[in-house]
Design a protein around this ligand. Structure first.
Ligand code: UDP
Length: 384
């Protein structure tokens, strides 16, 4: 049988973790299509993988609607949302399978495929809980998933459990961990430190978009209790979190951390930067569906300190492959930072273990094989 015709659908044109996963997933699907609600760096990135990219005429700026917005806020946009659904119906009819890569993309795709009569796969990169979604949104998403999808792909058991707890059908779920490639040779840490004009001494790093639930503020509070430790913070406020970004800069002033903390903005060389730090911190205060930066740090041979919420415990094997601290606890985080900076003797073995675990559990090839199999089976109508 010839390869199915697939259309990948994204609501955003920005590139955060979910879109980085998609850029890997599309690798075997050159020549197929992507449909984006808005323009942005994701469009040329997908085109460079050989996809034919279409950008909606109606979706620009919709990403600024927060995903926990009330129905009332969405009503004025109803006309534009309907217009996108019409575009999606017509595009879906030219394909065998629709693959939605985000919650917003999924909701509109679900409506479209009921008209276009095409199988739909939802790659759910979120944990569906009240922290991120209103009650109505959760009900609508789960009902649409139960009735309209062939499969719901999630990156961790934590994300699967949350979907099922909200009423999602267990037999729809496929747990497919994010895959990350082995990293290229890094520049020398000294070179990177010089380039960024970083002070001598212990250095930690945070590599996530700026958002309150990602917890960068807890790192700043912890640094105030970890004298002599400097920090680089890579990432930008990608989805309307500018007020939080401003609050972080204010905190740096208030806590007198100006000579120890550097904001780097959105970077495209995270693995390289990681190789220059003494520990990577993953400080999310709410459960994470996955946490790519954890695996990136494991592959870079750098100690990880992560909050014990969502998938982190699984990825770090309950603390065997990194350090877990309670979410939102600046004292515990400061203690963990100070401990790692003292380079305890057990650390070398932990780093070896983490590297082996990342390679054996989180390879791109494994992810591609599983997802491609799901797409093939959805296209032929075989129960997946
Ligand atoms: N990242 C990046 N540039 C930055 C900050 C982060 O490329 O300046 C990458 C990071 O390396 C990781 C991804 O963004 O691959 C974040 O993924 P994660 O699963 O940690 O969080 P998400 O954005 O999906 O919530």
């Amino acid at each position: 049988m010839s390869k199915p015709r697939v259309m990948f659908v994204c609501h955003t044109g920005s590139i955060s973790g979910a879109e980085l996963v998609l850029l890997d997933i599309v690798q075997p699907w050159a020549g197929q299509s992507a449909f984006l609600f808005e323009d942005g760096p994701l469009a040329p990135a997908l085109a460079s993988k050989g996809l034919k990219v279409t950008v909606s005429r109606w979706g620009q700026g919709l990403t600024q609607v927060r995903r926990d917005s009330s129905v009332l806020k969405v009503i004025p946009l109803a006309g534009r949302l309907c217009a996108i659904v019409v575009e999606l119906i017509s595009a879906a009819r030219r394909h065998d399978v629709v693959y939605a890569n985000s919650q917003k993309a999924f909701v509109l795709s679900a409506i479209a495929v009921t008209f276009a009569r095409r199988p739909l796969i939802w790659h759910l990169h979120d944990i569906i809980t009240s922290v991120h979604f209103g009650a109505m949104q959760r009900r609508v998403q789960v009902a649409l998933a139960n009735f309209c999808t062939s499969k719901v792909v999630v990156p961790s058991q934590a994300a699967a459990d949350a979907f099922i707890a909200e009423g999602g059908k267990a037999n729809l779920v496929a747990v497919v961990p994010n895959g990350l490639d082995v990293l290229p040779e890094a520049s020398s840490p000294a070179q990177i430190r010089q380039e960024l004009k970083l002070p001598e001494g212990p250095l930690v790093g945070v590599f996530s978009r700026l958002a309150a639930w990602k917890g960068q503020h807890v790192v700043l509070q912890a640094l105030a209790k970890a004298p002599g430790v400097s920090c680089i913070i890579a990432g930008d406020a990608l989805f309307g979190e500018q007020a939080y970004a401003a609050k972080l800069r204010q905190m740096v002033d208030d806590l007198h951390l100006g000579d120890r903390v550097q904001f780097l903005g959105q970077r495209s060389d995270v693995p390289r930067l990681m190789s220059a730090v003494d520990a990577v911190i993953h400080p999310s205060i709410d459960p994470e569906p996955f946490g790519r930066t954890l695996v990136e740090a494991m592959l870079a041979g750098v100690p990880v300190i992560a909050t014990d919420a969502g998938a982190a415990s699984d990825i770090l094997e309950a603390g065997k492959a990194g350090t877990l601290v309670p979410p939102g606890d600046a004292d515990a985080l400061a203690e963990a930072i100070n401990k790692i900076m003292s380079r305890p003797p057990a650390l070398a073995a932990q780093l070896d273990y983490a590297d082996a675990r990342a390679r054996s559990h989180y390879g791109v090839a494994q992810m591609l094989q599983t997802v491609s199999g799901l797409i093939d089976r959805a296209a032929t109508g075989v129960p997946v």
